[in-house]
Design a protein around this ligand. Structure first.
Ligand code: ADP
Length: 288
């Protein structure tokens, strides 16, 4: 706040000086022109400085939020695993209970691994030099696999995710593992930000124009405020208010999705009519 007030006050003083200077020196044209130029330079510098400060402040806030989120994401499963291990060590637990404990611990380990992998992927996502493998990937098969995975990970009923198969074989070239990560992130978000009764539809089709595939992942969940539709793809960004802010997350998922899709020569965008109206994510990828 100090730096913001300083920047804004300095701009105001410089503008006042500039106007005063013009009024006092109307006749001394050369001085006047020089003065105007110098003050214009000072004012531009101060404005740039203030804009830079505002951006730094926002970035700092996002970093803090990210560190809090990651700490929480790491601590919760570790605390849970520790508790189960202590119980197993100190109490006589029946074989069925023991099996349940192992299942919970495995789920917690998966959660830990997921968080660590996301952080690692986000770290490497900006490296442009990575070469893409030249494998041909069938989008229909890949999406079917991702949907099956999310159904089993989140214990979802078959009817929760409706999948419309493409009428023809649609293949893209690139990294199957990366594209699986991208679609899994989008599907995971669709479930995560849908409240208690998720209803999701996934469609793959050939775009009307150009040789592109379109993948549409639509949910009827919490929705996204219009001002955030572009920002959600930035690293660490999470919608700051509303029900989505209460849901756990690191703000890295969509950043990773966008990096992967871009590396495959495609685009990803989000559409939503605002909070409570559901969201639609559209991925476009060039076909073989
Ligand atoms: P995370 O989910 O870990 O917070 P993401 O990068 O995946 O990070 O998402 C960024 C933000 O975008 C989320 O915090 C959430 O507010 C919003 N968002 C993403 N997907 C959806 C969705 N399907 N519905 C509503 N909001 C979403």
């Amino acid at each position: 706040i100090f730096f913001l007030v300083l920047g804004i006050s300095l701009i105001a003083v410089a503008v006042a000086l500039n106007v005063g200077w013009i009024l006092l020196n109307l006749r001394q044209v050369v001085l006047l022109v020089l003065g105007i130029v110098f003050f214009a330079v000072i004012i531009t510098g101060l404005t740039l400085n203030t804009i830079f400060l505002i951006r730094e402040i926002r970035r700092n806030e996002q970093h803090d939020a990210f560190i809090n989120a990651v700490t929480h994401e790491l601590k919760t499963p570790i605390a849970s695993i520790k508790l189960y291990l202590e119980t197993l060590k100190t109490r006589d637990v029946s074989p069925e209970k023991r099996r349940d404990f192992y299942d919970v611990m495995l789920a917690d380990t998966d959660r830990l691994l997921g968080t660590v992998e996301q952080v690692l992927k986000a770290g490497g996502a900006k490296e442009k030099a990575q070469r893409l493998p030249a494998a041909e990937i069938d989008l229909g098969d890949l999406l079917r696999e991702c949907i099956a995975l999310i159904r089993s990970q989140r214990n979802l009923d078959e009817s929760v995710i409706r999948f419309t198969e493409p009428g023809e074989r649609l293949a893209v070239v690139g990294s199957e593992a990366d594209l699986r990560t991208a679609f899994s992130n989008l599907l995971d978000n669709a479930v995560k930000y849908s409240g208690n009764e998720p209803k999701i539809s996934v469609r793959v089709k050939k775009a009307a124009l150009k040789n592109k595939a379109e993948i549409v992942i639509k949910d009827q969940g919490l929705g996204i405020p219009p001002a955030d539709l572009k920002r959600i793809f930035k690293r660490f960004y999470r919608v700051p208010e509303g029900a989505a802010a209460q849901t756990r997350g690191t703000g890295l998922g969509l950043f990773i999705v966008q990096s992967i899709v871009k590396r495959h020569g495609g685009r990803v965008s989000a559409q939503s009519r605002g909070e409570g109206t559901g969201s639609t994510f559209l991925v476009q990828l060039p076909l073989v």
